[in-house]
Design a binder for this molecule. Structure first.
Ligand SMILES: C[S@@+](CC[C@H](N)C(=O)[O-])C[C@H]1O[C@@H](n2cnc3c(N)ncnc32)[C@H](O)[C@@H]1O
Length: 255
């Protein structure tokens, strides 16, 4: 007898489908998709699994998606089986901390819009480096960064209904967190309890440069949006520059 299956939730399907325009943008901001034919790849913070499917379609021999969110991994697995059965022998999704993944020998790694949610980024970068081949590259997109206009990932907007730039930085934390805790029905001590690591651009710069990789590409404010282009000038201002870094794209090579 077939195991009973549940329908994929429309909100998850819609999020997964955003990959159709987000993935090409991810690669183009990083100088184009590398040759993936016969490569092994790991995506950290794979979420719904869209980038993993993208890499398998591009010819990768094995793609491993890891994420800490059980619900998203369940979606990614079911979506793979139902909608991409032809890729199922080359793609796997695991709800696992990368530290618990047996040491691997991946040709490349990706991480899209995830590092701003990783609580111990130096450790995760170390764990990634250990599982990457010598000469292998990590392609990462980070953002929105905490100090950027909407670095709270809409926490304030969900309370007041409008997006006010930088509101999370001047509204008292305890007001926002108390109201958000009430809305979610769980206690919150800090924005970190909502999954944001609150790192500033200067923190990423230090952590990335100390992580034991060769930094091949390091580009803040990747976007054609006119406001973000203006930020590229403002980010050089002394003292307040970090507030004008919206995102960060980088390519790191293991020596
Ligand atoms: C904003 S989502 C991005 C998902 C996907 N990469 C995308 O672009 O749609 C961030 C994801 O990172 C995951 N995450 C946070 N910390 C993580 C960690 N240490 N290891 C693996 N995944 C993590 C979260 O569970 C979440 O699914």
């Amino acid at each position: 007898m077939d195991t009973p299956t549940t329908a994929l939730e429309p909100r998850d399907v819609a999020y997964f489908q955003r990959g159709a325009w987000e993935n090409p943008r991810f690669w183009s901001r990083l100088g184009g998709q590398p040759d993936l034919a016969s490569k092994t790849a790991l995506d950290l913070g794979c979420g719904h699994g869209s980038l993993c499917i993208d890499m398998a379609k591009a010819g990768a021999a094995r793609v491993v998606g890891v994420d800490l969110n059980e619900r998203l991994i369940r979606f990614a697995q079911q979506n793979l089986q139902r909608n991409y059965p032809e890729l199922a022998d080359r793609v796997e999704f695991h709800c696992i901390d990368i530290a618990d993944l047996p040491e691997g020998d991946f040709d490349l790694m990706t991480s899209k819009d995830t590092f701003e949610h990783v609580m111990d980024l130096p450790k995760v970068l170390r764990d990634m480096r250990e599982r990457l081949k010598s000469g292998g590259r990590l392609y990462a997109a980070i953002g929105p960064l905490w100090n950027s206009p909407f670095g709270d990932h809409d926490t304030v907007k969900r309370l007041i209904g409008v997006n006010i730039p930088w509101a999370h930085l001047w509204l008292p934390d305890r007001l926002v967190l108390r109201a958000t805790a009430k809305r979610l029905g769980r206690p919150l001590q800090s924005y970190r309890d909502l999954g944001m690591n609150m790192l500033a651009f200067r923190d990423y710069r230090r952590i990335i440069h100390d992580a034991g990789f060769v930094v091949e590409f390091f580009q803040p404010n990747c976007s054609r949006h006119p406001v973000v282009r203006m930020f590229s000038l403002l980010r050089h201002l002394p003292l307040v520059g970090d507030y004008f870094v919206n995102n960060l794209y980088c390519i790191l090579r293991k020596p």
